[in-house]
Design a protein around this ligand. Sequence first.
Ligand SMILES: [Zn+2]
Length: 296
Amino acid sequence: MRLSLFILTLSFCALPAISHAADHSCIPPLTYRLAFVDQRFAVSAESVTQALKDASGAWSAAGTPVTQGNSTDAIAISLLYDERHPARQALRTIEGVISTNSATYEFRRSALDARTAAHKANSALVATASAMLETIVTFHNMAVDSWNARGGATPEKAAELNATSALLQGVTETLNRISDTLNREAASINMAVADTNQLARTLNQAVTTYNTIGAEQGTGFIEGTYRRMGIDKKIEVYAFADSKDLTRILAHEFGHALGLEHVASPTALMYEKNSATDYFPTTDDLSALTALCVTS
Ligand SMILES: [Zn+2]
């Protein structure tokens, strides 16, 4: 028994190395068997088997063998379907919607910020140029009025004044065209702002829905349990987001089966909530395991 388990431990040597010098040999090796998978989970037997292999392998790599077997004391693994799984799946879908929309929103916001800043700078330039032009036009008109009051300009002066009038007219038209362009840009920015605000509302609705479903699940949302009654040992899983999540939940419940309680670190596999990102025991989990050997 001990020898075969040793061989199985070696077969998991491809897993990432977990550095720990502690001796966990005080913890008896565990075996598990897949007892039941509700078809409504729509997962293949292979993916559940793989999740079990990965979850048990993570502990085996840490020196606490957990292996598949059919002994009478093997932990019976069941995936039991109820309303929690579709709720978890809905949360996962909304998480995706929120994540995608948040990225789009941020992208559009920064693009709009840049466009608005450019528009503001260009508008300020046009306003300065318009004010200067207005002053020049005022002086020019005063000169024309002055010549007219004197009974008209000399032909040379009249030609010069008319040339200046034409030049000023041209500059005015150019500035008006630039103003029109800036006004169209302002209208376009306003439409983009309205679109982006609509996206923000959609995003907020998604967050509200997410929070509502999350609140309905309550703080005691339990995705899986480990129970032991006499010789009978059971792991039941009720909800998971994806196969990696399933693996993590199984690894967490295997941790309980090994004798571990919850640990305080949110990144630990044995944290009370499913907030770890992987399914390998962390140093906090392994310290708890070592403590188990010291106290037992
Ligand atoms: Zn737990």
